[in-house]
Design a protein around this ligand. Structure first.
Ligand SMILES: Nc1ncnc2c1ncn2[C@@H]1O[C@H](COP(=O)(O)OP(=O)(O)OP(=O)(O)O)[C@@H](O)[C@H]1O
Length: 726
C-alpha cells in the first residue's frame, strides 16, 4: 500500500503505458473509468483491486497482476527475481494460502497475495513490511482472546463502500406550474419522483388525492389544503437531498453493516490505547455516529425505538387487523348472550305489521338495540385503549362494526380502509420527518465514513499478517551482518557474533508451517538445525528430511518478505536468489533431465550472488549410480563457490561421498525403531557429521503389523527378505 506522498512522487514520472500489461485499449478503459490518467495511476498505486474491477473487462486476477506489475516497475524487483524455480514458487504459494486464512476481508486477502519476498538488495522493502507487522502484532497482543475474536468478527463484516441506490418513490410527486420549471424538475428529480406539469390549479385536487404528499414549485397562490404538501418558490435553491432524504441516506443504508462494524472497531481500538490509528474518530464520536446509524434499517426505513409517536402508529398498523377481528368475535359472543337470554313478546300492532309484510328483523333489532349500543361502546373503548388511539382515529373507527346489528358482527371494510389509510399516512409523514432530521445529522459524515472503511480494510491487511504470526508463535529473524548488507546501511537487526561473511542459517525450535497448519501447532516436534555453505542431509524414510528442508525454505521466504518465521530463532545470511528443487515424481526422460542439468548450470555460475539451493532427493531424476555422481558434482561446485547455501536431501549419502573429491558435511536424521503405536521413533533434529542409515525395514515391519489378509502375507514376505539378509 502506498501513501499519498509516495504516489505523488511516482505519478510525475510514471505513465500508464509504461506498465507492462497495459496496451492502448486498457489504457483507454482505465482513463474512461477513472476520469484521467493521473486518477487511474493513483488507483493502481494504491493497489485498490475493488476499484480496478470497475474497469470494463477487468477481473480480480487481472487487477492483481496489474498492481503487481506497477510495484515491479516501482521497486525494480519482481517475484521471479527471488524465487527462481517453480517449486520455490509453490512453497511461497503454500505460505500465502496459510496467511490468507487469517484475513477477514477479501481486500486483505488480495493484499497478502501481493506481498513478495525481496532479494537482499531490496531488503529495505522487507523491513518496511516488518515494521508494519511488528506494530500490528503489538496491537493484537494487547487484546484478550475474546477481544481478538470480536475484532475479527467485526473486520469480516467490513467491505469497500458502495454507492447507494434509491428506489423510485411512488407516494410523493412534484407538481410544476410552468413548462420551464417542469423541465428542470424532471431533470433534477425525474429519476426518483413522479413529476407532473399542472396548468390549472383546479387539477391539483386529483394529485392531492392520489399522492400522500406533493411538492409544489413556484405555484400561483390558491387555496391549498392544510397539509400534505411542501411548497418551494425557487427550484434552483432546493437541494435534492433536502427534498428526498432517501438520497442522502441511501449511501449509509447501502453500507450500514460495514459502517456499524467499522465504528465499533474504531471504538475498540481507540479504547485499547490505539488512538490515532483511525484518526477520523475518537471513541465518543464513533459511538455517537453509531447511535445515529442505529435509527436506520437495512431496507432504508426507520427503526423503532426512536420516536414514541412513530412506534405507536407502527404498533397500530401491525396490530389493528388482529385486534379488530378479536373484538368483533367477542362482541358477537356478548350479543349472542343477550339474544339467548331474551324473549320477544309481540303486541297486536306488531303482529298486524308482520302479517302485512313487515320485517321481523327490524322488530328484533329495535328490541336489542339498547344493549347492543352499550356493548358496542364498551368494545370501542377497549379497542381505543389497546391500540392507544387518539380522538380523531377513534372517530374513524366508530362505525367499524357497521350501523346495523348483525350476528356474528362483521367488520365494515370501508371504515377499516379509511382507518388504515389515516394511520399509514401519519406514519409515513412522521418517518419522512425523521429521515430529514437524520440526513441533516449525517450530512458531511460521508467522507469520514469512507476514510474509516479504508482504514479498517488496510488495518485488516496488517492485522491478518500479525494474527498469522501470532497463531504460529513466530519470531522475527535475525539477519547476519555481512559486508554487503553493511554497505546497504539497512540497520538490520543482526547478531554481531556472526559476521563471517559466509552463507548460513541457524534454526532453533522450528516448526514446519504446512504441518502445523494441518495437524496443529502442538502436534509438531520443534526442530533445530544449522548449516553453513554446503550440506548433504541423509536419514530414515519418513524421518522428516523433506519437512526440515521445506521449513528452512519457508523461513527464508518469510524472512525476505519481512515476516516473522515459524521458529524460536532463525539467524541467516540474506540471499539474492532462492532455488528449490522438490522431490521428483520419478525418473525424468532425456529432455527433462537435460533441462534440469541446465538449471543447475545457471545456479553454479560464480558471480558473487548469494543464493540458496535446496534439493530434495534429486537421485530420483535418473539411475542411482549416475545420480550420485551428478549430486557429488553439484555439491562440489556449490561448496567451492562459497556464496551458495546448499542443502541437499538424499538417500544416497554413501555413494555421493564416494564420488566427492572434496570433503562435504553429511548430516543425518536417525530412527531408533517403532513405538507402541507403530510410529517411527525419530530424532527429528539432524545429527551433524553423521550418515544416518535408511531403515526401510522399519516401514515394512510397521505395514506388516498394521495390515491383514493378503496384504499382510505380502508384507511378511518382504520382512523375511530383510531377516534373511541380516
Ligand atoms: N518435526 C515433525 N513433527 C511432527 N511430525 C513430523 C515432523 N517431521 C516429519 N513429520 C511427519 O513425518 C512425515 C514424513 O516426513 P518427511 O516427508 O519430511 O520425511 P522424509 O525423511 O523426507 O521421508 P522420505 O525419505 O520417505 O521421503 C511427515 O508427513 C509428518 O507427518
Amino acid at each position: 500500500m502506498i501513501s499519498d506522498g509516495e504516489s505523488t512522487a511516482i505519478k510525475t514520472n510514471m505513465r500508464l503505458r509504461d506498465i507492462s500489461g497495459i496496451g492502448s485499449i486498457l489504457e483507454k478503459r482505465l482513463v474512461t473509468c477513472f476520469g484521467s490518467e493521473e486518477k487511474a495511476l493513483e488507483t493502481l498505486l494504491k493497489g485498490d483491486v475493488h476499484e480496478l474491477c470497475r474497469v470494463e473487462g477487468m477481473t480480480r486476477k487481472s487487477a492483481q497482476s496489474l498492481i503487481l506489475n506497477v510495484s515491479k516497475e516501482q521497486n525494480g524487483v519482481s517475484l521471479e527475481d527471488f524465487l527462481k524455480t517453480k517449486e520455490a514458487e509453490a512453497l511461497y504459494a503454500g505460505i500465502l494460502k496459510i496467511i490468507k486464512k487469517h484475513c477477514c476481508t477479501e481486500f486483505s486477502a488480495d493484499f497478502i497475495e501481493r506481498l513478495v519476498p525481496y532479494p537482499k538488495r531490496r531488503l529495505d522493502l522487507a523491513l518496511d513490511v516488518r515494521e508494519k507487522i511488528e506494530t500490528h502484532l503489538t496491537i493484537l497482543q494487547s487484546f484478550s482472546p475474546d477481544e481478538r475474536e470480536m475484532i475479527q468478527s467485526l473486520l469480516s463484516q467490513i467491505t469497500p463502500t458502495k454507492d447507494g441506490t434509491v428506489q423510485k418513490i411512488r407516494d410523493r410527486a412534484v407538481l410544476a406550474f410552468s413548462e420551464v420549471v417542469y423541465i428542470e424538475a424532471h431533470e433534477k428529480f425525474g429519476s426518483i419522483l413522479p413529476v407532473h406539469l399542472v396548468t390549472d390549479p383546479q387539477e391539483c385536487a386529483d394529485f392531492f388525492f392520489s399522492y400522500r404528499s406533493v411538492i409544489l414549485f413556484d405555484f400561483p397562490e390558491f387555496d391549498l389544503p392544510e397539509s400534505g404538501y411542501e411548497y418551494f418558490r425557487d427550484i434552483d435553491a432546493v437541494e435534492i437531498e433536502q427534498l428526498i432524504p432517501e438520497m442522502a441516506l441511501s449511501y449509509f443504508v447501502k453500507n450500514l453493516k460495514s459502517f456499524d462494524a467499522s465504528l465499533r472497531l474504531a471504538e475498540i481500538l481507540a479504547a485499547g490505547s490505539m488512538s490515532g490509528l483511525f484518526s477520523q474518530f475518537t471513541a465518543e464520536e464513533s459511538l455517537e455516529l453509531r447511535t445515529l446509524l442505529k435509527r436506520l434499517n437495512a431496507d432504508g426505513s426507520m427503526n423503532p425505538g426512536i420516536d414514541p409517536e412513530a412506534d405507536r402508529l407502527r404498533n397500530i398498523s401491525v396490530m389493528c387487523d388482529e385486534i379488530l377481528l378479536r373484538k368483533a368475535a367477542e362482541l358477537s359472543d356478548k350479543l349472542k348472550n343477550v339474544l339467548t337470554g331474551n324473549t320477544l313478546t309481540l303486541d297486536g300492532d306488531q303482529l298486524m305489521h308482520i302479517l302485512s309484510g313487515a320485517d321481523l328483523k327490524q322488530i328484533v333489532t329495535a328490541n336489542v338495540s339498547k344493549p347492543y349500543r352499550e356493548l358496542l361502546k364498551e368494545t370501542l373503548t377497549e379497542i381505543t385503549e389497546t391500540l392507544s388511539l387518539k380522538r380523531d382515529e377513534e372517530m374513524i373507527l366508530s362505525d367499524i362494526y357497521g350501523d346495523e346489528i348483525e350476528c356474528p358482527v362483521k367488520l365494515n371494510l370501508e371504515s377499516l380502509t379509511r382507518f388504515k389509510k389515516e394511520i399509514s399516512g401519519k406514519s409515513a409523514e412522521l418517518e419522512q420527518k425523521q429521515k430529514k432530521q437524520l440526513s441533516k445529522e449525517l450530512a458531511g459524515r460521508k467522507e469520514a465514513m469512507s476514510l474509516l472503511i479504508n482504514d479498517c480494510l488496510e488495518f485488516d491487511c496488517w492485522y491478518s499478517a500479525a494474527s498469522f504470526a501470532n497463531a504460529y508463535q513466530m519470531t522475527f529473524p535475525v539477519f547476519a551482518k555481512t559486508s554487503q548488507n553493511t554497505e546497504l546501511n539497512l540497520n538490520l537487526p543482526a547478531n554481531p557474533e556472526n559476521q563471517s561473511g559466509n552463507v548460513f542459517f541457524n534454526l532453533e525450535g522450528g516448526r514446519n508451517l504446512f504441518l502445523s497448519s494441518k495437524y496443529g501447532f502442538d502436534a509438531i516436534t520443534p526442530v533445530s538445525y544449522d548449516v553453513e555453505n554446503t550440506v548433504l542431509l541423509s536419514g530414515v524414510n519418513s524421518g522428516g528430511k523433506t519437512t526440515v528442508l521445506e521449513l528452512v525454505g519457508q523461513c527464508l521466504i518469510l524472512a525476505h518478505m519481512g515476516f516473522p518465521v515459524p521458529a524460536e530463532l532463525f539467524e541467516f545470511s540474506p540471499i539474492e536468489e532462492f532455488y528449490y528443487f522438490g522431490k521428483s515424481k520419478g525418473t525424468l526422460d532425456a529432455g527433462a533431465f537435460e533441462t534440469t542439468l541446465r538449471n543447475f548450470s545457471i545456479v553454479s555460475e560464480s558471480n558473487g550472488t548469494e543464493r540458496a539451493v535446496f534439493a530434495d532427493e534429486l537421485e530420483s531424476i535418473t539411475e542411482p549410480g549416475a545420480s550420485a555422481k551428478i549430486i557429488a558434482g553439484l555439491l562440489e561446485t556449490f561448496c567451492e563457490n562459497g556464496k551458495t547455501l546448499s542443502l541437499f536431501v538424499s538417500h544416497l549419502a554413501e555413494s555421493i561421498m564416494e564420488n566427492c573429491d572434496i570433503p562435504i558435511r553429511v548430516d543425518g536424521i536417525e530412527a531408533g525403531g517403532l513405538d507402541d503405536d507403530l510410529n517411527l521413533i525419530v530424532n527429528r533434529n539432524p545429527i551433524k557429521n553423521h550418515i544416518a542409515k535408511s531403515t526401510p525395514e522399519l516401514i515394512v515391519e510397521k505395514l506388516f503389523l498394521t495390515s491383514t489378509g493378503v496384504e499382510n502375507a505380502f508384507y511378511e514376505k518382504l520382512k523375511k527378505k530383510f531377516e534373511a539378509k541380516n
